[in-house]
Write a protein that binds this ligand. Structure first.
Ligand SMILES: CC(C)(COP(=O)(O)OP(=O)(O)OC[C@H]1O[C@@H](n2cnc3c(N)ncnc32)[C@H](O)[C@@H]1OP(=O)(O)O)[C@@H](O)C(=O)NCCC(=O)NCCS
Length: 142
């Protein structure tokens, strides 16, 4: 498995296809909320399996001192084998190269909190709804 970092419009389609399968298909997020107006300012990460099939994705945006980690997802059949960790590792490595970013920040669905805690993120908010799904904000110093 290999993670590719890109801003290329064509390659972004691979990220959108995984995100649509997971967030729209599996979690009922409205398509217009899933692919949003922030895509052009984001750096996109796509995980490809051995057959070059896209099976995971995530995106990164710089917001002041924060590196925002968003849209982390892995196709159902590829979960539980370190794919999510590979995407997070690639994003965190990229964050290290961005001037001025001191803290990683993400909004975690409640079920995913242990996944992020294992990577050193800490819950810093109460519960809130985003796209109809309960989340908590988490941060990690770079
Ligand atoms: C969350 C998600 C990205 C994790 O991907 P994954 O490929 O299954 O994760 P990994 O296999 O890399 O897991 C890394 C570690 O986190 C743990 N982990 C992963 N998901 C977990 C969960 N839901 N609860 C507890 N631990 C979890 C794994 O056991 C593993 O632990 P280890 O390092 O001790 O073995 C994946 O479940 C997913 O895409 N879910 C649907 C989309 C989603 O909800 N994304 C999060 C949006 S905030």
């Amino acid at each position: 498995m290999k993670v590719v970092k890109t801003t290329d419009l064509d390659q972004r389609e691979d990220a959108y296809s995984v995100r649509t399968t997971v967030f729209v298909g599996e979690q009922n997020v409205p398509p217009a909320l899933e692919i949003d107006e922030l895509e052009n300012e984001a750096v996109h990460f796509i995980l490809y399996n051995e057959e070059q099939k896209p099976c995971g994705a995530g995106r990164f945006r710089t917001v002041g001192e924060f590196g925002k980690v968003e849209r982390i997802c892995v196709l159902q059949e590829a979960r539980g084998r370190g794919a999510g960790n590979l995407i997070m590792e690639a994003i965190e490595q990229h964050a290290q190269t961005v001037d001025g970013v001191t803290t990683l920040k993400l909004d975690a669905q409640l079920h995913a909190i242990p996944f992020y805690e294992k990577r050193g993120y800490t819950v810093v908010s109460g519960e809130f709804l985003d796209a109809g799904i309960l989340h908590k904000t988490m941060t990690k110093p770079l």
